[in-house]
Design a protein around this ligand. Sequence first.
Ligand SMILES: Nc1ncnc2c1ncn2[C@@H]1O[C@H](COP(=O)(O)OP(=O)(O)OP(=O)(O)O)[C@@H](O)[C@H]1O
Ligand SMILES: [Mg+2]
Length: 321
Amino acid sequence: MTGNILQIRDLTLSVAERDGSMATAVDHISFDVREGEILGIVGESGCGKSLTVMALMGLLRDDVKATDGQILFQGEDLLKISPKRRREISGKDMSIIYQEPMTSLNPLMKIEKQVAEPLKLHGKVTKEEMHQKALDLLTEVGIQDPEACLKAYPHQLSGGMRQRVMIAMASICSPRILLADEPTTALDVTTQAHVLDLLKRINREYGATIVFISHDLGVINRICDRVIVMYAGKIVETGTCRDILDAPCHEYTRGLIRSIPTRDRKGEELPCIPGRVPSVEDPREPCPFAPRCQRALEICHKEAPPSVRIDEDHTACCHLC
Ligand SMILES: Nc1ncnc2c1ncn2[C@@H]1O[C@H](COP(=O)(O)OP(=O)(O)OP(=O)(O)O)[C@@H](O)[C@H]1O
Ligand SMILES: [Mg+2]
């Protein structure tokens, strides 16, 4: 590890409401992404995971604005760069894999054209070189008959194959940072395991830094070095996977851990965290988790929790830590 490849400072993302006002969806989050690591971001649906990676990738929709903060990549604030500079970075330095590849693959275009597209955008290559590189990459990501796959349209492939194709597309220019937004959620468990292994290999063999998003701490634990736990647009706990799983401090993290299915709990009903994540327009308490927290004290409803440093890499935002 050689320092931070990305530094996110006070990133705040606001979404436009129907009445024209702005509501805060991601609230002053700060974290570093270390060169060469696999960093997990975990949280229930609606916690702000996707908005955060879309902001890193410069793909926020028009009705979402970064209203505060910085995303620093090699000294440049990615929130301030020109569209031209963004196009240079996207695909080459940083690329993204989505949960459902069908929505990001063009259904009318053969796989070969789509996989090789980033090469065409980012360097001078001949048709033969592009074909060879696409072929090599599909082989690399475990496609059995890469020649046939290159000639196919997305709908002719299985979900697992499409996800492998997406990974090949995202990796073709050897990006330094790969953002993976729930890349295995739509897959069966066996295919999920293969895709996780593949991402691990891209990290270990090619040194790509990966930001891996999931709502499942069990999956995060299989692939990540460190993890950020998000709740209602805020970071509530960060640490190594071991810190988070063996010694969680935040009651929300504990709830997520309790809901991981394990073999010895087979047949039992999984405990879930009562209540739900507030939507962006709901009023928030100083600690947004306080209304769902079984250990909440009076202070939790009155004062924002401090960020407590528990260990070298381990911090939690909670009055009880
Ligand atoms: N374009 C938008 N307009 C209005 N609200 C939005 C928009 N995009 C996201 N939101 C809201 O922002 C919050 C965070 O959304 P986000 O998609 O980042 O959640 P997530 O953690 O990725 O959830 P999931 O696990 O369901 O993918 C949610 O409450 C969501 O409804
Ligand atoms: Mg999401």
